[in-house]
Design a protein around this ligand. Structure first.
Ligand code: HEC
Length: 162
């Protein structure tokens, strides 16, 4: 009987040690993954804004040319950029305000669906004013965006193809 108890005890100790070893291995893995994760590249707020700047401009020329398919595409690119900022820049306090451009974007979407140039223009003006409203509220008031007057993208056709 004593022998059996002794054997069980030793076995118990052995499996305990085994478990501590496994926990250590797992902890090491978690640590190295955390280091890798912290080093992973993610676009900064300014990177997203530069992309928003390009889509804001392309949206204007698509809408002005009544290229509604392209305009719809550009609005969705802007929506995606908003979602990406909320996801990848959640730590920045400015990200809490990014949602203010959603109502003007919705209004532009409506104009595109209705193929309504007048509504498109007024919603686009509202969008641009809202961009600047946010810039001034987050102390980037020196960063003024405006309705573009010419496209630097000479390699892209904004007129509809048919
Ligand atoms: C959260 C509020 C907010 C909204 C809404 C917003 N921006 Fe910005 N924008 C910022 C911040 C913050 C920066 C500075 C980013 C940085 O730290 O680099 C910025 C920077 C910029 C820049 C400068 C990029 C550069 O490197 O020169 C442009 C252009 C810009 N935004 C365009 C726009 C446009 C166009 C819209 C609307 C469609 C818009 N922004 C809406 C907060 C906002």
């Amino acid at each position: 009987m004593r022998q059996i108890i002794f054997m069980l005890f030793t076995f118990g100790l052995f499996s305990c040690n085994q478990q501590t070893d496994n926990t250590k291995i797992l902890q090491n893995r978690i640590d190295s993954l955390e280091i890798k994760l912290a080093d992973t590249y993610k676009p900064g707020f300014g990177d997203f804004m530069s992309s928003i700047q390009a889509h804001h401009l392309k949206l204007w020329f698509a809408g002005k040319n009544e290229n509604w398919k392209l305009a719809d595409f550009e609005v969705h690119e802007l929506m995606e950029a908003v979602e990406d900022i909320q996801k990848y820049q959640a730590g920045r306090k400015e990200s809490e305000m990014i949602g203010i451009i959603i109502p003007p974007l919705d209004s532009i979407s409506k104009a595109i669906k209705q193929r309504n140039s007048v509504l498109f223009e007024s919603s686009y003006t509202l969008l641009t004013n809202t961009c600047n409203q946010c810039h001034s509220e987050v102390d980037f008031e020196f960063n003024v965006v405006k309705i573009p007057d010419s496209s630097p993208f000479s390699n892209q056709e904004f007129k509809p193809i048919n």
